[in-house]
Design a protein around this ligand. Structure first.
Ligand SMILES: NC(=O)c1ccc[n+]([C@@H]2O[C@H](COP(=O)([O-])OP(=O)(O)OC[C@H]3O[C@@H](n4cnc5c(N)ncnc54)[C@H](OP(=O)(O)O)[C@@H]3O)[C@@H](O)[C@H]2O)c1
Length: 260
């Protein structure tokens, strides 16, 4: 889908990747509505880009349930939804509280699925739309200390694949973004857990993965939307591994539906 002139709703806009996404989408002439909890950095970014700022906690049930209606009433129909907001848990399962788990699942899995559910009827009625879900290679490979985070990202990737099959032949596009480690505050927090840091040091040392630049990720996401790509996997050297991991799903989908 051509991004120019579309109204893009971007969640997690104030984060390391979100800021770059906002900038590249704005450079591509999209009209932006930016979502995060914090008001000051969000409003400053929105002012810089001539965007709308919507301060919202996506883990708050009532806020989430009315978000698309509220945004569309205030700023018009959403053409592109970019589910980028996310958080991480790192460490052993027993180090996490019940609240940590609930928060992780609410933000990383429930919120993007629910926002897709809310935005789809309007997109379908208007005959155009694009759904972008920012997932992770941690949903493909299991890294020490990232079992719960990886599970949410595996769920988001699987959901996006299933949704794409359900929307096949219609006007709504989907993009699943599976990215490896990005130079970011989230990555620094993840690396505070020694077993996780050691695993990343190993794969980076073997050059099986590279540390991604958030700006390059954002630029690639915008290009992938414009090219109607189904998936974006970065770094490219990890793409064969992800393709192999997804092979059973692809084979079963082909057998069940004829969809490649
Ligand atoms: N960084 C990496 O290495 C990496 C690798 C693969 C995938 N990813 C994925 O890429 C996405 C962006 O990551 P990032 O590194 O940019 O993360 P980040 O810097 O931690 O940014 C997270 C964004 O989400 C917002 N957010 C957090 N909790 C929220 C809530 N409850 N409600 C609404 N917004 C909330 C934050 O703003 P507020 O705090 O103001 O709400 C911020 O804008 C995430 O989905 C992440 O899982 C990241």
């Amino acid at each position: 889908m051509r991004v120019a002139g579309t109204h893009v709703l971007l969640t997690g806009a104030t984060g390391d990747i979100g800021r770059r996404l906002a900038t590249h989408l704005s450079d591509a002439a999209a009209r932006l509505t930016l979502v995060a909890r914090s008001t000051q950095p969000l409003e400053a970014l929105a002012a810089d880009l001539g965007a709308h700022a919507v301060s919202a906690d996506l883990t708050d049930r009532d806020t989430l349930r009315s978000l698309i209606r509220d945004v569309e009433q205030a700023h018009g129909p959403v053409d592109v939804l970019v589910n980028n907001a996310g958080t991480e848990t790192v460490g052993h399962l027993t180090d996490l509280t019940a609240d940590d788990l609930e928060h992780l699942l609410a933000l990383n899995l429930l919120a993007p699925v629910e926002l897709c559910r809310q935005v789809l009827p309007g997109m379908t009625a208007r005959g155009r739309g694009h759904l972008v879900n920012i997932s992770s290679l941690a949903g493909v490979a299991t890294f020490p200390g990232l079992a719960t985070y990886g599970a949410t990202k595996a769920g988001l990737t699987h959901f996006t694949s299933g949704l794409r099959a359900d929307l096949r032949g219609g006007p709504i596009g989907t993009l699943a973004v599976e990215i490896g480690p990005v130079s970011s505050q989230m990555m620094s927090r993840i690396a505070s857990h020694p077993p996780t840091a050691a695993a990343f040091d190993r794969v980076l040392g073997l050059r099986a993965l590279t540390m991604l630049d958030p700006d390059a990720v954002a630029r690639a996401v915008v290009a992938a939307v414009e090219d109607d790509q189904a998936t974006l996997r970065m770094p490219r050297r990890a793409a064969p591994l992800a393709t192999l991991a997804h092979a059973p799903r692809s084979v079963v989908r082909l057998a069940l539906t004829g969809i490649r």
